[in-house]
Write a protein that binds this ligand. Structure first.
Ligand SMILES: Cc1cc2nc3c(=O)[nH]c(=O)nc-3n(C[C@H](O)[C@H](O)[C@H](O)COP(=O)(O)O)c2cc1C
Length: 149
């Protein structure tokens, strides 16, 4: 089974999870790089604003073609109760090319449930979803078993 992990992470939490998934599945892994600056205080505010309006932004070209994979793991942090814009843009850019999506999110609270619901709008029905709080990721307080099987 050929798997790809694609993710965006502003402060390395979702990245940690993405790397864990790739390590356990032997998947190719790709980071989504926005051409928008979301770092620092200003970047935080920009992120919240962009998330609320579900803005499609500029992102760097990605290397792997998701159509060539049996399973595509897609990851994002929650921003303002939504999927962070770099990941949202990736989804939009690859509409119709994403089969067997397993979607994972990290959030300060349990807001990832809102992010999962947002996927419907973008015609994605993930075969599995997995949400963790920032704290759980930091502590390693989770099991990937049922998400990966
Ligand atoms: C702009 C912005 C908005 C956020 N909004 C929420 C939110 O609405 N609900 C929530 O639970 N966490 C929110 N968070 C917290 C992140 O989802 C959380 O810290 C996440 O684990 C960060 O992942 P990352 O390090 O991969 O970027 C927000 C963070 C940022 C930067």
């Amino acid at each position: 089974m050929k798997s790809l992990v694609v993710y965006y992470s502003r402060s390395n939490i979702t990245k940690r999870l993405a790397e864990d998934i790739a390590g356990k599945t032997g998947a190719d892994i790709e980071e989504i790089v926005p051409k928008v600056n979301y770092q620092g205080k200003l970047g935080f505010a920009r992120g919240g604003k962009h998330a609320l309006s579900e803005k499609i932004i500029d992102i760097e070209e990605t290397k792997f073609n998701p159509e060539e994979y049996d399973v595509v793991y897609i990851g994002a942090p929650v921003w303002a109760g939504k999927i962070a814009n770099p990941t949202l843009t990736y989804i939009k850019r690859n509409e119709g090319k994403l089969n067997n999506v397993k979607f994972f999110m990290t959030a300060g609270s349990k807001d990832y449930e809102k992010g999962f619901r947002q996927l419907e709008k973008y015609s994605i029905t993930p075969i599995k979803t997995f949400g963790l709080t920032t704290k759980q990721v930091k502590k390693g307080d989770y099991s990937l078993d049922s998400f990966l099987e």
